[in-house]
Design a protein around this ligand. Sequence first.
Ligand SMILES: C[S@@+](CC[C@H](N)C(=O)[O-])C[C@H]1O[C@@H](n2cnc3c(N)ncnc32)[C@H](O)[C@@H]1O
Length: 313
Amino acid sequence: MAIMAVQHSPVLARESLRLLKVRPGGTYVDCTVGLGGHAELILEQLQGKGELIGLDRDRAALTLAEAHLRSRFSNFRLFHRNFKELPQLLTELEINGFDGCLADLGLSSFQLDDSQRGFSFRFAGPLDMRMDRSCGVTAGELVNTLPEDELVDLFRRYGEEKMARRIAAAIADRRRSAPITDTVDLATIVEGVKGRRRGTRIHPATQVFQALRIRVNDELSGLETFFKAAVDLTSKGGRLAAISFHSLEDRIVKNCFRLAAGKCICFKPAGLCRCDRIQRVRILTPKPVVPNEDEVRENPRARSAKLRAVEKL
Ligand SMILES: C[S@@+](CC[C@H](N)C(=O)[O-])C[C@H]1O[C@@H](n2cnc3c(N)ncnc32)[C@H](O)[C@@H]1O
């Protein structure tokens, strides 16, 4: 397990660290520590001065990250918390704000590659999908209990799945005879409806799995509130960076940053626009930073990553 932590290569590492512009002596927050890849780079740049506060809702990942980082650094503290609780956590720690904050959203390879976590259709495993296994409902519970119409809505809303109605019908049909408990079982039902498109490596169940995962972990709700609070907590000249892995998430990050930069996000005529148009940040990435071909070749999961960053005025 420890080897996994050491081998882990964080997505868009060089670019995210360049944008964070870590200053030795500053206070930094890594909202999604995972196996500690980005955290390690931030700590290196802190040069033993200042502090890193790290959060993750996955206790198993935090345990690995703690062991790995502790072997090299002492100026960090890790917390098993949802980053949406960051303002409360900082109040508890009597920290007024920070000089930089990184949110590398979504799942880690550590989570995806563990069949027992149920995130991937590539391995048979229980339909769990909870990042925080100490609470919440599992994907299996949703698949087996949600009314068919709610499944349709879920697959459309969070998976942008065009065949949502037919997939939900196939699930409802199947669960009348036996519950769906296994990742491969669910993937096979979806594939039975959608078939496999020639010339694409994307599995037909990708969007359904994405939708379930987002709902199980309540990934999108509260993100706007979080980014607004994070902008408030960033000190003058400090930086906020976010890496997202799907368009729903990236849209939220983009709009939050635009709004904080005093730009309109409703695109209504001036008289009808209700955006607050108060500039509190400068956008550092007019276009999102994406991985180059070499990174995608080495780490295919990086292919959909988009990095955006702002600087507090
Ligand atoms: C892409 S990984 C981060 C990888 C990390 N940057 C690294 O270099 O190892 C995303 C991590 O964010 C965590 N996560 C996702 N949503 C979270 C939330 N709302 N609060 C806290 N952690 C979250 C996941 O459990 C996962 O470990």
